[in-house]
Design a protein around this ligand. Structure first.
Ligand code: SF4
Length: 492
């Protein structure tokens, strides 16, 4: 019997994924966060059994890399012994401040839990692919607008109370709105959409649903099947999108506004903190700085550079946080950690320690605008030292970065699957530069891998001379075109 088959062993660790640097495990604590002691134990385990690199992903999942089949089993056993319960099944994600955010439109956790339950009762988990996900967004300071999902439910405030905008196949901007309904109907439409996806097979997503199916989902709440849906009140009153509500980031801690309770409560009982995220692929701005919470306390957001750091650095930061009074460390979309429970007077010390250890503690840190995979030497597929190149560019050409620069160890493009204005990609010919495309595209020019940051300095020099007043760097690069950019990149 191996560790995975032990009674109670963490099932999320039972199926590690093969990557260029060995096996990788990804987990999301059921409780939403970890105590500093648990995070320290987990990091020690990662150091013992993996390559010591720990990551927080764009969707707020924790990853441990560099495992073998044997060491992954040992890690799973130790996670079990630490009492860390990981979420399984279809990810139904809520924001990292869910239930504690005084500016949220609604606490999304009860509805999320009801959707999880409905998915399990319907037996949908084994019928849906591993990247199918649901987002339940209560709005507030840290929305999940940037995360793509198959089904998303976003709280909106009506004059008569809170309702949920149900949409499919996209992020907060691109998803197709189906209906704005009360919580019961929102759950039922979400479940119906997932059933339709499951019927199309394990490779299917909500984007594969037909126009007829989408129309049927949009009308679902108005002619509910009697055996499935209770009576549902039609949406009424004026609807205010959460995006129009003022973010609490502009509200000083301790003010009356910051002490405001959530504007509306759902008629369903709250449960313990929830946050899950088996699928990856979204991109959020990292939550960095102080976030006022219900109860006149604050959370401190600290990001991991390029989403990862050594387990040793995490242990040092979690130990300091524990000494300062932190009781919980939550994983947050945007490759960040939120520290809760420490007194307000401790936040500056926590921030100083984090900065000394190499974490990102200010929102304008240029490293937040670079997506860099582990690359060489961490990943066997890596052809360039991505993180070293990223650090050099962040130090020397921060003003260039008004867009996301992608630095990829190989054409797989793990850190940023979508296109971006500039991508440096490792390959047989060194560090290629791709313009307005993904890492898989043919580079417009090459430099030796060790010299890629200097090539970007040449591009930055060209931008300084060519940019119009008020023009963004991204717009300037697009205007100049790939041939000119490649020429500058290759210059000695
Ligand atoms: S993109 Fe980076 S992390 Fe992904 S396989 Fe290539 S080198 Fe490895």
């Amino acid at each position: 019997m191996n560790a995975f088959s032990r009674r109670g062993a963490c099932p999320a660790l039972a199926a590690p994924m093969q990557t260029g640097d060995g096996l990788l495990v990804r987990l999301n604590p059921v409780a939403g966060g970890l105590s500093p002691k648990s995070l320290i134990g987990l990091a020690e385990s990662a150091l013992r059994h993996g390559n010591g690199i720990m990551e927080v992903t764009a969707r707020g999942s924790l990853q441990i890399r560099g495992l073998t089949a044997t060491s992954a089993a040992l890690l799973a056993a130790e996670v079990d012994e630490l009492g860390i319960e990981a979420r399984t099944g279809v990810p139904v994600e809520t924001g990292p401040l869910a239930g504690t955010d005084p500016r949220a439109i609604a606490d999304p956790r009860p509805l999320a839990e009801r959707i999880r339950l409905a998915i399990e009762q319907a037996g949908l988990t084994p019928r849906l692919g591993p990247k199918v996900s649901v987002v339940v967004d209560g709005g507030g300071q840290l929305t999940l607008d940037a995360l793509t999902a198959d089904v998303r439910l976003a709280a909106v405030r009506e004059s008569a109370g809170v309702v949920w905008a149900v949409s499919v196949a996209g992020d907060g901007q691109t998803a197709r709105l189906l209906a704005t309904v009360e919580a019961d109907a929102a759950r039922d439409i979400a479940l119906a959409a997932l059933r339709m996806v499951a019927e199309k097979g394990r490779d299917a997503h909500a984007r594969d649903l037909s126009e007829r199916q989408l129309t049927s989902l949009a009308n679902w709440h108005s002619v509910p099947p009697p055996s499935v849906l209770p009576d549902i009140s039609p949406a009424r009153g004026e609807i205010m999108p959460s995006s129009l509500l003022s973010p609490i980031a502009d509200i000083a801690p301790g003010t009356e506004a910051a002490k405001q309770e959530p504007a509306a409560e759902l008629p369903i009982s709250p449960l313990a903190g929830e946050m899950s995220g088996r699928t990856e692929g979204g991109a959020s701005r990292p939550p960095i700085g102080l976030f006022p919470l219900t109860g006149h306390v604050v959370a401190q957001g600290i990001a991991l550079p390029y989403g990862s750091l050594s387990g040793r650095d995490l242990i040092d930061l979690a130990s300091k946080a524990s000494n300062l009074g932190t009781t919980e460390i939550r994983l947050a979309p945007g490759r960040a950690l939120l520290f809760l429970g420490q007194p307000a007077t401790a936040n500056s010390q926590l921030q100083e320690t984090a900065a000394t250890l190499g974490f990102i503690t200010t929102a304008d840190d240029p490293r937040t605008r670079i997506a860099a995979c582990p690359g060489a030497p961490s990943c066997a597929s890596g052809r360039i030292a991505t993180r070293d190149i990223a650090d050099a560019i962040a130090a020397e050409n921060a003003e260039l970065l008004d867009f996301t620069l992608h630095i990829s160890g190989c054409a797989k493009g793990c850190a940023h699957p979508g296109p971006t204005v500039l991508t440096i990609v490792g390959g047989e010919n060194g560090a290629g530069l791709v313009v307005n495309a993904t890492a898989k595209a043919l580079p417009a020019g090459y430099r030796p891998g060790y010299d890629a940051a200097r090539g970007i300095s040449r591009v930055a020099g060209m931008i300084r001379g060519a940019r119009y007043r008020g023009e963004t760097v991204a717009a300037c690069l697009t205007r100049l075109g790939s041939a000119m950019i490649a020429e500058a990149y290759r210059q000695e």
